[in-house]
Design a protein around this ligand. Sequence first.
Ligand SMILES: [Zn+2]
Ligand SMILES: [Zn+2]
Length: 143
Amino acid sequence: MSTDGAYRVSGGCLCARVRFELAAPPEVAGYCHCTRCQRRTGTGSAVSVFVDPAAVHWQRGEELIRCWKPADGMHKCFCGECGAHLLSRSPDGSRMALRMGAFDSDPGIRPSYRQFVAYAASWEPIPDDGLPRYAEARPRDGT
Ligand SMILES: [Zn+2]
Ligand SMILES: [Zn+2]
């Protein structure tokens, strides 16, 4: 997706030491019900938006970002000061997903799928919101 120079949405962590600006509209957003998202957030699911990594500009605090790097899957990154989850990214940096709760204002996209529902928390029914549900990871074109 190209940037027209007008799209700007800012965000950051809980303690505000880490701040970023997204300079291009997100690509796709969705809920993840996997066990890792449950563990890292302490909730039943997490919602993230995939973005062009080149469109994310760190205004301050990038050096405070810490990442949990599992042997498989994307790195889970958070503010090392306050623990707020900010993003996940592929080990090679080519793919990045920002946590929707990190935005200051509406990023202009809505979640369009639910993935890893086979692992959904037993104590929280999945909302009947009509979104497509995938037992495992959301299928992606060309991968
Ligand atoms: Zn912080
Ligand atoms: Zn997940």
